[in-house]
Design a protein around this ligand. Sequence first.
Ligand SMILES: Nc1ncnc2c1ncn2[C@@H]1O[C@H](COP(=O)(O)OP(=O)(O)O)[C@@H](O)[C@H]1O
Ligand SMILES: [Mg+2]
Length: 291
Amino acid sequence: MSETTTTGTTMTDTPAATTSVAATPPRLDRDANRIVFDIDDLDVYYGDFHAVRGVSLDVRENEITAFIGPSGCGKSTVLRCLNRMNDLVDSARIEGTIRYHGVDLYDRKVDPVEVRRRVGMVFQKANPFPKSIYENIAFGPRISGYKGDMDELVERSLTRAALWDEVKDRLGESGLGMSGGQQQRMCIARALATNPDVLLMDEPCSALDPIATGRIEDLLQELKSEYTVVIVTHNMQQAARVSDRTAFFTAQMDSDDDRRTGMLVEFDDTENIFSNPQDERTENYVTGRFG
Ligand SMILES: Nc1ncnc2c1ncn2[C@@H]1O[C@H](COP(=O)(O)OP(=O)(O)O)[C@@H](O)[C@H]1O
Ligand SMILES: [Mg+2]
């Protein structure tokens, strides 16, 4: 994927600045399963509360990785660590390491604003700005100083989000006037407009009907040729349908606390998680016997 920005060199500069490694690491073949995120022994705290313990997993390029598990097991918390959204929560603190294309995401030289441009996010509930469809897409690129052809960027982003044909004749109308599914695809287009390489999605279909959900799932299959996707879903069928690999989390009582701490139970190819899980807790969950 081409990198068109000239402002955001922070992420790629960091290793070169601190080591003698070449500024542009050799690009490995897709078949080599290039690792986008390397999460190593991640703990997350909200104040004194130990929300997530000891999570280690890899997110690979051009794959869809699903996070599943019961409510409160830390799926959103771990997801938000991947673009430093938890920085915006005052009480949040992490231990462990997250590498993004080999760069320590929490290195103080890394600019969190640049991280969020490269690692876009789509939320549970579509959150269009109270602006026109066009302005919803153009807003992010404009504030980051995009100097190219904005009409072309808006069209390309909406096309990639499979929304262009439905809205091309009403780009000046409010983004709030669309259906829920269209709004969510607009939010995907908005995230794509800043040219990210990863899309994080936190239960993006939970407010949508099955038809709108199916359109988003089809879209994800198209997007993964160009992007890496991490999706939180409470819908196991959705994880089974769309993802390449699945991480099953659960929450267990902590010994030094009376609250439940989230942990990763099992991470594997999606097929294995659903047809041949190694951990009894995974099996109970995916077969609906979770108590
Ligand atoms: N901003 C926050 N402040 C304090 N506790 C939080 C915050 N966000 C989440 N938590 C707690 O962290 C735990 C994990 O939450 P979350 O990541 O939202 O789980 P999930 O997405 O799996 O439902 C829960 O116990 C939740 O109450
Ligand atoms: Mg959540």
